[in-house]
Every structure is written in C-alpha cells, then in structure tokens.
Design a binder for this molecule. Structure first.
Ligand SMILES: Nc1nc2c(c(=O)[nH]1)N[C@H]1C(S)=C(S)[C@@H](COP(=O)(O)OP(=O)(O)OC[C@H]3O[C@@H](n4cnc5c(=O)[nH]c(N)nc54)[C@H](O)[C@@H]3O)O[C@H]1N2
Ligand SMILES: Nc1nc2c(c(=O)[nH]1)N[C@H]1C(S)=C(S)[C@@H](COP(=O)(O)OP(=O)(O)OC[C@H]3O[C@@H](n4cnc5c(=O)[nH]c(N)nc54)[C@H](O)[C@@H]3O)O[C@H]1N2
Ligand code: SF4
Ligand SMILES: [Mo]
Length: 702
C-alpha cells in the first residue's frame, strides 16, 4: 500500500501542487511524497487563504487514483471489437502508435479535407498547457474547431449579458457576509471550500444560509432556508424577489439611476410578476418567496454564490441574468460582502496565444458544438456544416483525436454518441489515464500522465489565485503528458510552430512573461499569484463591464449569441424548458454525485462504494402513484431512450421532481446506457450550452 510505504516514524516529504480537476476550487495542495514514484495523503494548503487547509475526500485519497492498478501504462492498438475494454487491445510502442495516428490523420485530411479531423477535448485537467495545447495542433493543421458547451456556455452568457465582465465579488468576503445565498449550486459536493468560508461567517457573525435548489442536497441540509423550486423556474423566483424589492421600497433608486440601464422599465415590467405569479410557476409558496425577499432586503452584506446547476436548462442564460439583476435592484454590490460571484474566469491576464496557437488560427474553419457530438457523428447535416462554415460542402467527421474527456458518458444524447463511435469509417485516438468507455471505442489508446506527473499553470473560477505546479512524481510506466503527445504528432506532420519545440516548463515561462506575470520558477517557488482586483473593481463600484458602466436589465442578447431572437427582453420566466406533460410527468435533474467528479473517480473503489448504485430519488407519494417501491427497480424514459435504475424514496423535493446523481459509467446501468441517454443535445439560447438538468421523463416499475 502506497500509504504505508514510508518507513515507520519518518515524516513524508511535503511537495506543493494544484488540484487540476474541473472544480471551481482549484485547491492549492500539499502532497505527501513517499518516494519518486509514490504519494501518500493529499492535503489542502493551509497557507493559501482560500483553500485554507481543506480538500474534498476524493482528492485527499488521490493515491487511490494515481496508483490505481487499472492506470494505462503503454500505448495500445485495438485488435478486438469496439467497446470491449482492455482485453480487445494489444500493447505497441510509442513510435509505432504516433506514426499510425499521424498517418491516419494525414490520409483523412488529404482525402476529405483537414476539417474532417476533429480534435476533441475538455477539462480532465484544467491546467492551461495540458488542457488547451490541443488547440495549437488544431489551428496549426486547420482541423475543425470546437465550440465548448458542456459546462459554462449558458452561465457565461447570462452573467456577461448583465455584468459585462467575467468576475465578481472576491469569495474571501463570504466570511464577512450576514447572508449567503447559494443559488443553484451544491458546494458540499462540488466545491467544498465554499463551505469553509460560509462556516466562518456563520460562526463569527451568525450569518444565514439560503439554498435555492430543487432538492435537499447536503448543502441545503445545512441551510436556514431551503427554497426547493421546480427545476428551470429560477427566472420566475428572481422576478418575484425584485417585484417585492420595488414594492416595499427596498430598490436602491439612487444606485439604479447611476448603475443600471432601464430601472423604470424593469419596475413596470415586474408589476405583473409578483409572488403569487411566481408561486404558480416555481411551486414554492408565496410566503416562502416573501420571507426570502424580506431577509434579502434587510441584509446589507448579502452574498449570492451562483452555481452552474440552474443554468443547465434551455432557459439557463435568462435565469442567470435574472439572478444577477437582484443585487443590482437592491444596490447590494455596493457593500463589502454584498453582491454576487459566479466565476472569476475572466480575472486572469493570461496571454494564451502560445499555448493555444492563436497566432495560426484560421477562423474560417468550421466550429463544431462539443455537446452535439452525437448528432454530429451520426451525420446531422445542420451540425456538420458547423456554426460558421457553409453547410453545402460540409464533410463528415472522419477522425477524432481526444484528450481530457469522456464523451461516451458525459455528452448528451449518449445513445447517438455511441452509434457515432461505432461507425467503421471513423478513426479514433484517445489519450487517457484509464480505459474509459470512450477509450474502449478507440483504434489507438495512448497512456496519459496525471497532474502529479507533469508541470502546469492553473487559474480558477472560484477564487483569485493563479498557480504554477511542478510535477511531484515520475510518470507511471510509459505515460506521456498531453503536451508531449501533441509535440510528437506535430513533429510527424513537419509542423514548426514554436510551441511544439518547447517543453511544458518553457511554455509556462514564456506565457507568464508575455502576460507580465513574472517567470515560471519565481511563480512556482511562491506557489501562486493573487490576481484579485481592487475591491471597488470587483464590486463594480466604478461601473459594470459595459462602455457606459451600467448593468443591463435589457441586454443586447444579439451581441452574446446568434440564437438571440427568442430571449426575453427583460428578466422573466422564459418558458422554453422541457415541461412535464401527461406522458412525461417528471422533471429529471442529473446533479453531480459527491464522490465522482463528472466521470472521473468512477474507477476508484472508495468512490464506487460510497455512491452505491445508480439511483433515482422520488417522493414517496410519487413512488406510490406509479406503483413502485423504495429500493425497487424502475425504468426511466422519454423520446430518446430508457434506462433502468433503483428507486429511493426521498422527501426533499416537490412532487414531479426526480434526481439521479451523476455521472455513472454507462456500464453501471443494467442495459449499458446511462443517464445521458435521456438528456437532450438541444443547444440552449443564445449561444448554445448543454441542458443536463432539463429533461421530462416517465418512470414506471421495471
Ligand atoms: N463531487 C463533484 N464535484 C464536482 C463535479 C462533480 O461531478 N462531482 N463537477 C464539477 C464541475 S465540471 C462543475 S461545472 C461544477 C458544478 O457544480 P455546481 O455549480 O454545484 O452545479 P451543478 O453541478 O450542475 O448542480 C448543482 C445543483 O444545481 C441544482 N439544480 C439543478 N437544476 C436547477 C434549477 O433549475 N434551479 C436551481 N436553483 N438549482 C438547480 C442541482 O440540483 C444541484 O444540486 O462542479 C464540479 N465539482
Ligand atoms: N448528466 C450529466 N452530464 C454531465 C454533467 C451533469 O451535471 N450531468 N456535467 C457536465 C459538465 S459540467 C462537464 S464539465 C462535463 C465534464 O466531462 P469531462 O470533461 O469528460 O470530465 P471527466 O468525465 O472528468 O473526464 C475527464 C477525463 O479526462 C481524463 N484526464 C484527466 N487528466 C488528463 C490528462 O492530463 N490528460 C489526458 N489525456 N486525460 C486526462 C480523465 O481520466 C477523465 O477520463 O460533463 C458534463 N456532463
Ligand atoms: S474541492 Fe475541487 S479543487 Fe479542491 S481538491 Fe476537491 S476536486 Fe480538487
Ligand atoms: Mo463542468
């Protein structure tokens, strides 16, 4: 056991690192290094005032993942059927593997045009060099571009529409707040550090916690008030809260005059959107809405911590915009610990030109929607035309080169994704740490290092630190980093972009220097740089991110995305969700499970044990109504597919709401199709974005 490898009585060496996973916390880590190949426990850095010594349980026991016996250690060629797993593969050498991938991509580009190749990636590591380097290869070779829509497209659209820049109030101010509203997020599961700062506010100031979430999550369990609304109805709740603020004299009229575009119009518009109206839509009582609005109105230091969950609906951008309008109406942004934070992703002055090869990008290449990989691979003519390219001469995708993502599980309409991967005429190379269900569909699989085995540079959504982390241990077996693989391919293509002739460390160094942030060694030795702006900037006390400094209640959605015609003019309930009907009486939310991180950690025994099995939470009355039992098997379905899961009686939500915590591998389900067989690949307006929590389904005993 790696944990016991240090001789008794010796203290393990502590080495700094950064958690690379797709989590807003981006924790600063202290890793126990037992020897050059082995780690022990992973701790949160006490010296970082955001991480504050805390990490989630799954990363604390990272030894279980990095030293997992099923880690890939050699390049593999598939010699058996697609989807069968490791037994269908035979080991090959790196040169042979890269030669073959390069030759196939070259042939396909020659025959079909370079856009027939789609480099496909997401956020297995959030390190900028290892995550985004794939774009450099893409642009250098004029391969198809990717519109990355799995996660934050709808949320970004909604935040930017009103606020104008992608940052918000410093999260370290949460500890000084008197009211924290966790809106559509579940930080106990998804970014545990938020809870540290909330706990401080509760302990030192008696702060109140309000959670707005369709079900009683572990975060909601800790709350003073939990508003368990129907999924996708946050716009209505936000409107009613603002209606009450105007009605009861809590709108900050002086502030609005100076900092908002059209407060009088908004007030008039909200006249007809009071608590009774919103109660009808959200399923909350008018009293609950009044109580929340009153608490919010009377608290100066009211911090809204906005999560992603409530934006994963067709109306998600509109919902998020409506929520950011609340602190504007009430003028809360003015106060220390008042206002809102969604993400600080736009805070960092990092020049990504070298990493992403932006100098050689050709914007004329087509842009393919990541979330629509199912329709794309199965040849939807609308999709393969791309967002920008012309559809008349559209070529099918003939090759996928995949790093950092597991689309067979995480992408919507996964039955189509699987059909697409099964195509005989599709060449697939997957660079992975494990034999994921996506890797199992590949022709060539390449073994990848983990963050502990390579260098990288990290920024964060949930705080303000930029971090540089050196590798902690030697690469396992023959594992190579994403950067090394990209360089290997570029060499075979004879591509001379300077980024392919540099080491990771040289790229980090050059990027920091180009960004005016110093050099790699200095930043790594200091571990992080705090990129927070002055408080006045992060509270928008000098104005919001639009030219006139005013928050937009009436955004110009056409500047945000092409599908803007349907967007509501002013904050509203935008009724375009997959509404429940007689045939599909339940609204399904596929919220993140605590012990998995997307599909990562689904391979570790402790996570598997803690999660148990795929489960649908339904109210006891709903179980009775469909004739199902607590613990019994049920079939859940809609137009797209049906899956079998076990039912759990749970009274933490309204009737008609169903929860399946995710994301389980498809193989964990009886028939081999997982929860994303039910979710839709419809792009949410105005700019696209996956709608994982916006699905009407039927449920019946299996
Ligand atoms: N343990 C764990 N941690 C994770 C992840 C994971 O899978 N597991 N995923 C990581 C990633 S990639 C991300 S982007 C973040 C996301 O983390 P969060 O910001 O927390 O967002 P979501 O993950 O989508 O969902 C959070 C909550 O939103 C609720 N929700 C769903 N629909 C609605 C709605 O219509 N209205 C409201 N008010 N709430 C709604 C869900 O019930 C859920 O409890 O977490 C990261 N951290
Ligand atoms: N039903 C449902 N589906 C969802 C969501 C949901 O809430 N519900 N959430 C969505 C969201 S928010 C997101 S962000 C996506 C995330 O989806 P993904 O980005 O696919 O996230 P992971 O499943 O964690 O997959 C990352 C993969 O990258 C690999 N990896 C990690 N580090 C490296 C590396 O350095 N190199 C290489 N080559 N590989 C590496 C890991 O082993 C893992 O298999 O899922 C989405 N899907
Ligand atoms: S809370 Fe998030 S960033 Fe921190 S260790 Fe866990 S997964 Fe990583
Ligand atoms: Mo995400």
């Amino acid at each position: 056991m790696p944990l016991d490898a240090a001789p008794l009585g010796t203290k393990p060496e502590i080495v700094p690192s950064t958690c690379p996973h797709d989590c807003p916390s981006t924790c600063a880590l202290d890793v126990e290094r037992l020897d050059a190949h082995t780690i022990g426990r992973v701790h949160g850095a006490k010296s970082n005032d955001y991480t504050a010594g805390v990490v989630c349980a799954k990363v604390a026991r990272y030894a279980e993942r990095v030293h997992h016996p099923a880690r890939l250690t050699q390049p593999l060629r598939r010699i058996g059927a697609k989807g069968e797993g490791i037994s269908a593969f035979a080991p090959i050498g790196w040169d042979e593997a890269l030669d073959e991938v390069a030759a196939r991509l070259k042939d396909i580009a020659e025959e079909w045009g370079s856009e027939a190749v789609w480099p496909y990636f997401y956020a297995g590591t959030m390190g900028l060099v290892q995550r985004d380097g794939i774009d450099r290869l893409r642009h250098a070779m004029r391969y198809s571009r990717q519109h990355s829509t799995f996660c934050n497209t709808l949320a970004d659209a909604g935040w930017l529409a009103g606020v104008g820049v992608k940052y918000g109030v410093d999260p370290r101010e949460m500890q000084d707040a008197d009211l924290i509203v966790v809106w559509g997020g579940n930080p106990v599961n998804t970014q545990v550090n938020v809870m540290t700062h909330i706990a401080r506010a509760r302990k030192t100031r008696g702060a109140r916690l309000v959670v707005i979430d369709p079900y009683r999550t572990a975060t909601a369990e800790q709350a003073d008030m939990h508003l368990a609304l129907r999924p996708g109805t946050d716009g209505a709740l936000a409107c009613a809260v603002m209606h009450i603020l105007f009605r009861d004299g809590h709108a900050d009229r002086g502030y609005l005059e100076k900092f908002a575009d059209c407060p009088a119009e908004l007030e008039a518009h909200l006249q007809s959107r009071g608590p009774a109206w919103a109660a009808d839509i959200t399923g909350l009582s008018a009293d609950e809405i009044e109580a929340f609005a009153a608490l919010y109105a009377r608290t100066e230091r009211a911090f809204i911590r906005i999560g992603y969950g409530f934006t994963r609906s067709r109306n998600g951008a509109a919902n998020l915009h409506a929520v950011t309008s609340i602190p504007t109406v009430a003028g809360k942004w003015r106060h220390h610990a008042g206002g809102a934070l969604y993400s600080n992703g736009g805070l960092y002055p990092v020049d990504a030109t070298l990493i992403r090869g932006l100098d050689v990008m050709d914007k004329a290449t087509r842009l393919l929607d990541q979330s629509r990989i199912g329709p794309i691979l199965t040849g939807d003519p609308q999709d393969i035309g791309g967002d920008i390219g012309s559809s008349s001469d559209a070529v099918p995708v003939k090759a996928l080169f995949i790093q950092n993502t597991n689309p067979m599980i995480v992408a919507p309409e996964s039955a189509k994704v699987r059909d697409g991967f099964r195509r005989d005429d599709l060449f697939v190379c997957v660079h992975e740490q494990f034999m994921t269900e996506t890797a199992a569909m590949a022709d060539i699989v390449l073994p990848a290092t983990t963050f502990l085995e390579h260098d990288d540079l990290y920024v964060a959504g949930g705080h303000t630190y930029l971090q540089v982390a050196r590798r902690v241990i030697e690469p396992l077996g023959e594992c190579r980093s994403n950067h090394a693989v990209l360089c290997g391919l570029a060499r075979r293509f004879g591509n001379n972009h300077p980024g392919f002739r540099m080491t990771e460390w040289e790229i980090i160094d050059a990027t920091l220097k180009a960004s005016g942030l110093g050099d790699a060694d200095t930043v790594a030795d200091g571990r992080w740089i705090d990129c927070a702006k002055a408080g006045d900037e992060m509270h928008f006390r000098n104005g919001f991110g639009h030219a006139d400094g005013k928050f937009r209640f009436r955004p110009d959605w056409s500047k945000v995305g092409r599908d803007s015609g349907r967007m509501p003019d002013l904050p509203d309930y935008f009724a375009i969700i997959d509404t429940a009907d007689e045939a599909h009486p339940f609204r399904l939310v596929t919220a993140p499970a605590r012990n998995y991180l997307n599909s990562s950690f689904t391979e570790t025994p402790t996570s598997q044990k803690r999660e148990g099995r795929p489960t649908i939470k339904l109210r006891p009355e709903d179980l009775d109504a469909i004739g199902a039992q607590d613990g019994g098997r049920v079939r859940v379905g809609n137009r797209r597919a049906s899956i079998v899961v076990h039912a759990e009686a749970f009274d933490g939500m309204q009737r008609g709401v169903a929860i399946i915590e995710s994301i389980w591998p498809n193989a964990a389900f009886e028939e081999g199709l997982g929860v994303n067989a039910l979710t839709s690949a419809d792009p949410g307006p105005p700019l696209g974005g996956a709608v994982y929590h916006d699905t009407a389904v039927w449920v019946r005993p299996a």
